[in-house]
Write a protein that binds this ligand. Structure first.
Ligand code: MD6
Ligand code: FE
Length: 217
């Protein structure tokens, strides 16, 4: 028998890392469902394709985005917000697949947030070099609900800061199958993603997907 010594995913064991009083990394939580999740992402992107949005300041975001659920996150010259109609297609966002909703609910519950009922899932797609600058997630009307964030594909370095932009950040490596859950007093902490290093994932290719589930409406 040959042990998969070169395959990080195959060696990943479920475990929990504590980032704050109400913020946790659930290592490998989504690993055994990853190919099903990728299939669902493809289904969503076939209806509402990934696109590069513009920030209110006029910059093009490096990660390409789409959404599913009753609401989708958009950014343009008018600001950041959630809308029920995809501006690219003129139609409602694709429904949130049950498999995605169930995974988010299970991850939230195992981090201590019972009855998480997300109404939106933002699907970010990063290529090597893409990044996400330090930000707070505060466009959601329900800031009591946590956020569940699923990483698939090539690894990324997540920056996790404080409630003020000026506070120091720590670096957390997020790999294929990892899930971050945060809420409560950690809900408004600044965070971001460093530019992705060139890499190639055996299942996903030279890409990273990040799914973030929230209660936005
Ligand atoms: C990303 N994530 O991982 C970007 N936001 O690609 C986020 O911006 C994020 O992972 C809120 C909660 C969890 C996250
Ligand atoms: Fe965020």
């Amino acid at each position: 028998m040959t042990l998969p010594l070169f395959d990080d995913d195959a060696l990943a064991e479920p475990s929990t890392e504590v980032l704050g009083p109400a913020a946790f990394v659930l290592r490998a939580f989504a690993l055994n469902q990853a190919s099903d999740l990728l299939h669902e992402i493809e289904g969503v992107a076939n209806i509402s394709p990934h696109r590069h949005m513009t920030t209110p300041g006029g910059h093009t975001m490096s990660a390409a985005m789409t959404s599913c659920g009753q609401l989708g996150w958009v950014s343009d010259a008018r600001g950041y917000r959630y809308v029920a109609v995809d501006p690219l297609t003129g139609k409602a966002w694709p429904a949130m697949p049950d498999r995605l909703r169930n995974l988010a609910q299970e991850a939230a519950a195992s981090a201590g947030f019972a009855d998480f009922r997300p109404d939106t899932c933002l699907i970010n797609r990063y290529l090597p070099g893409d990044r996400m600058s330090l930000h707070q997630d505060k466009n959601e009307s329900n800031l009591n609900a946590p956020i569940v964030s699923v990483s698939l594909g090539i690894p990324a370095t997540f920056l996790f800061g404080g409630i003020e932009r000026s506070e120091p950040t720590r670096r957390v490596q997020l790999r294929h199958g990892d899930v971050v859950v945060w809420g409560g007093e950690d809900r408004l902490r600044f965070h971001g993603i460093l530019p992705l290093k060139p890499d190639d994932h055996r299942l996903v290719g030279p890409r990273r997907f990040n799914l973030t589930f929230r209660c936005a409406g």
